[in-house]
Write a protein that binds this ligand. Structure first.
Ligand code: FES
Length: 508
């Protein structure tokens, strides 16, 4: 099996039974904020796009690059579709002209001639834009598990169905706006960033331990930020609080923890795998030229992309225009009516500062109105041109557009509120219904485990991770390493988000 990195979470996998192209991203995403790192524009995208199978793990724009798919990828390729609760991914493929689909069933092994495969579909509101996924491929010689940025809660079925995993690709770096966009004292920002940087690498190492693959390829990040306004986000100036460490940093962490199976792959690198045997890896570029002086590499990349960023900005809606209150009322209010669990979970008004205009989404009252003299727990200051652009273009997921752009400021009193971001990613009746139903559903959490002298419920109150695998106790705090949520053990209180109490008893 020959695996070629095409950048970020993207791979071209050549098997004896045909080629599979995964997550081919090359054009900037999220209001021209994110670019693949290292640069992958030099690849022969027509050749890569002449694939037999196409797999896009989810609809985030650093995975689903509509422009690249439209221009370069074979429309007769068979699209391997994850089993998502809403069919937005399929619809977007159809709009681009793809017409051959293999609809998979979540975590069920299936076959095409010469290849066994399985797609694990993650379907909670927190996973991607309602749906993220991971792909297992077996060509009879090599088992490959492309987890990209998905965070499966259970992995046992991978081993049950495929035995040992040979190659494991997964995310180790950041892909979020926290804590950088928050109005926080600098010291708090540094503390939160430092903690986040380490936690995401710890989580990745936990997954590596669990899967136990012979070879590991760190992938799915970090992005690089090339716009002058965002260059401070890159991990190129020795900031230990930066949440976007690169592959070389993580590979070093792996080695420090006795994990020696890591492989560095950058766009154009190829690796020939044959089961557990040591692969042959060839790089298309000089690795040292990229990582030895990363700041210089990014500077040169940014200069090359200046016209692209300028063109993207020129395509945005103007900042000035009709008041935004009317269109936002029209968009949000019908959704608020359907969102009982989400409105209750947010539990208060949220302020949107949009240039000269300020609007309140009053979740308890289910209405959108102009801001009066009031305080709110949560607030966002968003450039109005971004809001006008998503409204103009009918974009129904503000996480997958505005928030991931990092081109905004946020503030809050208290912890993270997952209901709030879920609301902003579900701006259609179908999505909001699904998410609200998901939150309303009762999950079984009756089983307990014993961990470091505490009896605690086995499944994390967030998304049901098995705490015997992902739980770490330090002092009186339990951290679930799947998403880094913390719980105060004596009180059971979730320290990260509203609600979500953990059952815990100190053992004598
Ligand atoms: S499952 Fe998300 S923090 Fe535990």
């Amino acid at each position: 099996m020959q695996v070629t990195s095409v950048g970020h979470a993207g791979f071209h996998i050549q098997t004896k039974a045909g080629s599979v192209l995964c997550d081919p991203w090359v054009n900037p995403a999220y209001f021209a904020s994110w670019f693949p790192f290292p640069d992958n524009t030099q690849l022969d995208w027509d050749a890569l796009g002449a694939c037999d199978y196409l797999y896009v793990s989810h609809l985030h724009r650093d995975h689903f690059d509509a422009e690249n798919l439209r221009r370069h990828v074979n429309k007769d390729a068979t699209v391997l579709l994850p089993d998502f609760p809403v069919d937005d991914l399929r619809k977007e493929f159809e709009e681009l002209g793809f017409h051959n689909f293999l609809e998979t069933t979540d975590s069920v092994k299936t076959s095409v001639p010469g290849l066994d495969l399985m797609i694990i579909a993650l379907r909670s509101p927190a996973d991607g834009p309602i749906g993220d996924s991971a792909l297992v491929l077996d060509d009879g010689e090599t088992v490959l598990f492309n987890m990209n940025d998905a965070r499966p809660v259970d992995l046992d079925m991978v081993h049950t169905e495929f035995g040992d995993v040979d190659v494991h690709m997964l995310q180790f770096s950041g892909a979020i706006w926290y804590p950088m966009v928050y109005d926080l004292p600098e010291r708090a920002k540094v503390a939160f960033g430092t903690q986040k940087r380490q936690r995401q690498m710890d989580r990745c190492r936990r997954y590596i331990e669990q899967v136990g693959a012979h070879h590991v390829i760190p992938s799915a990040g970090p992005p690089v930020f090339l716009d002058d306004d965002l260059r401070y986000l890159n991990d190129d100036h020795g900031n230990p609080a930066n949440i976007f460490p690169d592959q070389t940093v993580f590979l070093e962490q792996m080695r420090e923890h006795g994990q020696h199976q890591g492989i560095l792959m950058i766009p154009g690198s190829t690796a020939e795998f044959a089961g557990a045997a040591e692969p042959t890896v060839k790089h298309a570029e000089d690795v040292d030229a990229i990582f030895a002086d990363k700041a210089a590499y990014i500077e040169a990349f940014a200069q090359r992309q200046r016209p692209v960023i300028a063109a993207a900005k020129a395509s945005w809606a103007p900042a000035e225009g009709e008041p935004l209150l009317g269109p936002l009322k029209e968009l949000f209010e019908p959704l608020l009516v359907q969102a009982d669990a989400i409105c209750a979970g947010i539990g208060g008004p949220v302020v949107l500062e949009l240039g000269a205009e300020s609007v309140v989404i009053d979740f308890p009252a289910r209405e959108v109105r102009a801001l009066t003299d009031e305080k709110a727990r949560y607030g966002f200051a968003i450039p109005p041109e971004l809001v006008r652009t998503v409204l103009r273009d009918g974009i129904t997921d503000w996480v997958n557009s505005i928030f991931l752009s990092t081109r905004f400021r946020a503030w809050r009193v208290g912890g993270y509120n997952e209901f709030l971001y879920t609301f902003f990613k579900c701006l259609t009746p179908e999505r909001i219904n699904y998410a609200d139903g998901w939150f309303s559903e009762q999950h079984d959490d009756s089983a307990d485990i014993v961990l470091d002298g505490w009896q605690v419920q086995k499944r994390c109150p967030h998304l049901k991770a098995d705490l015997s695998r992902f739980g770490v106790i330090e002092g009186n705090t339990l951290t679930c390493q799947l998403h880094g949520w913390e719980f105060d053990l004596p009180s059971g209180r979730c320290l990260t988000s509203r609600g979500h109490e953990l059952r815990a008893t100190k053992l004598a």
